[in-house]
Design a protein around this ligand. Structure first.
Ligand code: ATP
Ligand code: MG
Length: 393
């Protein structure tokens, strides 16, 4: 077993010694069997949260109401969740309350897909009650139990289905796919933040184009912000050449495909509850993409875009099949006399020391100098800039 599991053995052991059951569950077991990188370890136990807290010196109340305590052990953290079922899904999203149960089987039954309903004990033995291993081998995302019922309980699972398709390069099991088609109208019951997180994982996964196709075909796309009635514009997505590996590129591509204009980008990003920081980054990419598509951007425009935006934009252009001379653009960027204002040989203080009065005029002069330096019309040295100042006085 990989070290990430063996490091957690003492935690399981501690629980077992206190006469509780404890298992590795969910994504880590799935990813172990798929030989994929494992990022976090979830543990399910028969112990109640209060009991877990008594057994370990360092714990965090992550979600006591839902039965989750985080245990810190040996420099790692483990989410330990009491066996539970969920009941009373009144509004198609989170359960009204959870009921703690005494056996693993009940806990596994509430999980979304068969490949996510696997458990493993400390000996490395797999507990597979729903043929999750068979579905792993067949590369299938299949709901545990009746898919219609399961999506009715929690509509987010439909987004999770296409997300796992993309990340794992799996197919949707036909009955599960049919249920997504039948139940897609329930998706808007889910909060945009939760939809967005799954959407981004889908859009940046290895098999995002195939997953996106299903996302469109099942009409899940009709239930997310600003996508309704836009399936024709989005149908290009599955035909793109590569996958966007970054979230910023994904949003930029979607915005370009939807033909969202500059002044509507902020609203679009807001509708998806994206952060202002993300919005600014995406705007810069879309902006530079427009410049590059129309003509060659000026040196000043390259400077304003910055390296990260330039590389992201080149990525986006490649994915969209937009012919651009990326090497020339990178060369031009590399050749810029300065890449940021901090590289300018002088600053505001210098201007004041040379007789420029503080105020709006100072900013203008600084800007002029910046532009001249970037355009190669002024050498970026104190002496040259001082000389220039004398001229314009
Ligand atoms: P990842 O590798 O992305 O973390 P994961 O399978 O661990 O994938 P999580 O969202 O971390 O996914 O959820 C952990 C586990 O909890 C899942 O494997 C699944 O068993 C269960 N689970 C999570 N969300 C749901 C849900 N909406 N409905 C039912 N079970 C769920
Ligand atoms: Mg996880």
């Amino acid at each position: 077993l990989p070290a990430i599991f063996t490091a957690a053995f003492p935690v399981l052991q501690q629980l077992e010694q206190a006469n509780y059951e404890a298992y590795f569950v969910g994504g880590s077991v799935r990813d172990l069997l798929l030989k994929r990188p494992i990022h976090d370890i979830d543990i399910a136990t028969s112990a109640y949260p209060e009991e877990v807290k008594q057994l370990f010196p360092k714990t965090i109340d992550t979600g006591i109401k839902h039965g989750t305590v985080t245990v810190l052990h040996g420099g790692s953290s483990y989410e330990i969740t009491t066996f539970r079922t969920e009941s009373g899904y009144q509004d198609f999203r989170r359960p009204d309350h959870v009921t703690f149960v005494q056996n693993l089987a009940e806990d596994l039954k509430r999980r979304d897909f068969t490949i996510n309903a696997l458990a493993m004990n400390r000996k490395g033995e797999i507990i597979d009650l729903f043929n999750g291993i068979g579905d792993l081998q067949k590369h299938l995302i299949k709901a545990v139990g009746d898919p219609m019922k399961r999506f009715h309980e929690d509509a987010l699972r439909m987004m999770r289905a296409v997300r796992f398709m993309s990340q794992l390069c799996f197919d949707l099991e036909p009955q599960t796919e049919k249920a997504v088609k039948d139940m897609h109208q329930l998706l808007p019951k889910i909060s945009v933040e939760r939809i967005r997180d799954e959407f981004v994982k889908m859009g940046t996964g290895t098999n995002s184009r195939a997953a996106f196709k299903v996302f469109l075909q099942t009409k899940l796309s009709e239930g997310v912000p600003d996508f309704a009635g836009k399936s024709e514009l989005l149908a290009i997505y599955p035909k793109l050449k590569f996958n966007p590996s970054m979230e910023t590129s994904l949003w930029a591509i979607i915005i370009i495909l939807l033909k969202i204009t500059d002044n509507q980008i902020t609203q679009f990003m807001r509708d998806w509850k994206n952060s202002n920081a993300m919005t600014e980054k995406v705007k810069k990419i879309v902006n530079l993409f427009d410049l590059i598509s129309a003509k060659s951007p000026s040196d000043l425009e390259l400077f304003n875009a910055g390296k990260e935006t330039l590389l992201n934009t080149i990525d986006v252009a490649h994915i969209l099949g937009q012919p651009i001379n990326s090497e020339a653009l990178v060369d031009r960027y590399t050749a810029l006399p300065i890449k940021s204002m901090s590289e300018l040989a002088i600053d505001g203080q210098f201007l004041i020391a040379n007789g420029v009065k503080p105020g709006p005029n100072l900013g203008q002069i600084l800007n002029q100098i910046k532009q001249k330096v970037i355009a190669g019309e002024l050498v970026n040295s104190e002496d040259d800039i001082q000389e220039y100042l004398e001229q314009i006085k």
